[in-house]
Design a protein around this ligand. Structure first.
Ligand code: GLN
Length: 491
């Protein structure tokens, strides 16, 4: 059988063919590598392609007896990894000049788990520098383009991970989400992205941006694929003290259709305002109608502190970033500016030339807010607002089981459209930041196309209730049964 990748196949499909030996594993990996080689020059989803190692890995899997392909849940499945997650021997640049030459000496916990499950790391994906951004235009290595329209952004900061999955360069990928970086690019690229509950997935080996917010999560073309990856990467980890002592997620916990029909879905009024583009709103409303037709109850709820979440996020996250990024000084990692008369001027010139504009803006802002005498006025106040935002969610989850909202108020925008005005860029995350501030799990999935561009719908749940979110997402996916208007180079 000829390996035909230009369709919406799932992990289950690949597994079936591999098991039945309709395709060989090296053939499968080579076909994906070919596809990356042919379309990635246009898309720029990848920063590094792990060609040789991926083929060797495939060989080892086929010859070795260390894996039972009947049992290993991701046996032979290629996966792309955001470039802020450490994979031993591969570069981890975080989309930054300052880490241009850095190679990871160890694997992140999620990578260890993926490998144990038989997955093959196919490459590292492009991202906004240190995950700061919403369009992947802040990458020091050039932006990723949206597979549905190459003149538009793929979203960010996990733009490479989302675009690579949408363009069928790879079936699944990992991203990271601090304030929306999995969900917003997943929405812009028409794929499924899950931000797990804070603490559900180990952050060991994830380069920190804002430690109290960062989470790793899967991006896939179907809810089922997303679930399979989440099952592998979740669960406690001795290496990360912020990782919750909670059992790993299990697919068996996903509610039945009958149980899903009994869920009460909250629609927060603050997320359905005039700020949302009309085309986006119409598609979200169609999905809500679909749920109602299937007898699910919907109620309007209020999250009164929503408006303050974005502002508080842009205090809390830069503070944490300024502290986390202090380690890049030209001594320990990556880039060092050669000139400089003494140590201090070497630090100064390395950081000045190594970091991009947005990262520097946040370091300056964070350093200012944390400076002596200002801590109470800014960081502490930001954290207090964060508590209010969390309380809003706690209250609504007394009235309903899940929340349904848009992911972003806008469609994927043109490259360059928002780079001049960083506040406009920040606003594209207005609906993903509040739940991140509250540490909640949330998923983004496609709910239709407006002017041939994908629109994402967000499902937010109470802490550690990913099974409800994934259950509802699967229920909707089945009934929406959308066919993506694939762009030209998909044919
Ligand atoms: N776009 C947001 C920011 O720039 C969120 C980024 C993220 O989730 N990593 O901070």
């Amino acid at each position: 059988m000829k390996v035909e990748l230009f369709k919406d196949f799932t992990i289950a499909d690949y597994h079936k063919w591999l098991r039945e030996e309709k395709i060989s594993l090296p053939e499968l990996i080579e076909a994906f590598l070919e596809r990356i080689k042919s379309i990635d020059p246009d898309l720029h989803a990848f920063l590094e392609i792990n060609q040789q190692a991926a083929l060797t890995e495939a060989d080892i899997l086929v010859k070795g007896d260390s894996f039972d392909k009947e049992l290993a849940p991701l046996w032979g499945i290629p996966i792309a990894i955001k470039d802020n997650i450490c994979v031993q021997g591969l570069p981890t640049t975080c989309g930054s000049r300052i880490l241009r030459n850095y190679r990871s000496p160890y694997n992140a916990t999620v990578i260890e788990r993926l490998k144990e499950a038989g997955a093959i790391i196919i490459g590292k994906t492009n991202m906004d520098e240190f995950a700061m951004g919403s369009s992947t235009e802040n990458s020091a290595f050039g932006p990723t383009r949206n597979p549905f329209d190459l003149e538009r952004v793929a979203g960010g900061s996990s733009g490479g991970s989302a675009a690579s999955v949408a363009a069928l360069e790879v079936p699944i990928s990992l991203g990271s989400d601090t304030g929306g970086s999995i969900r917003q690019p997943a929405s812009f690229c028409g794929v499924v992205g899950l931000r797990p509950t804070y603490g559900r997935v180990s952050r060991y080996g994830l380069v920190s941006f804002a430690s109290s917010l960062d989470q790793i999560g899967p991006i896939a073309r179907s809810v089922d694929d997303c679930t399979r990856v989440f099952e592998i990467i979740s669960g406690k980890d001795e290496q990360d003290s912020t990782c919750a002592p909670y059992p790993p997620f299990s697919r068996n916990d996903i509610p039945t259709e009958e149980e899903i029909r009994k869920l009460k879905i909250g629609l927060p009024r603050e997320y359905f305002s005039g700020e949302v583009e009309k085309g986006v709103l119409e598609l979200i409303e169609q999905s809500i109608d679909l749920l109602r037709k299937n007898n699910l109850e919907t109620i309007e709820v209020r999250l009164p502190h929503t408006d303050y979440a974005l502002e508080a996020y842009y205090i809390v996250s830069p503070c944490e970033a300024s502290s986390n990024l202090a380690r890049y000084d030209g001594v320990l990692y990556g880039f060092r500016e050669k000139e400089g008369e003494d140590l201090e001027s070497m630090y100064l010139s390395s950081r000045t030339r190594g970091f991009g504009e947005e990262v520097k803006r946040r370091i300056i802002l964070g350093t200012y807010c944390l400076s002596s005498g200002y801590y109470d006025e800014y960081y502490l106040k930001g954290m207090k607002v964060r508590t209010l935002v969390r309380h809003d969610f706690e209250q609504v989850f007394e009235e309903c089981d899940l929340l349904l909202t848009p992911v972003s108020p806008c469609l994927p925008f043109n490259l360059g459209e928002k780079t001049k005005d960083f506040y406009q860029m920040y606003l594209t995350d207005i609906f993903t930041i509040p739940s991140a501030m509250a540490g909640l799990p949330a998923l983004s999935m496609n709910c239709g196309y407006c002017d041939h561009l994908p629109v994402g719908l967000q499902i937010i749940g109470p802490p550690f209730r990913e099974e409800l979110i994934l259950g509802l997402a699967g229920f909707l996916e089945k009934r929406l049964s959308l066919t993506p208007p694939f762009p030209n180079f998909h044919q």
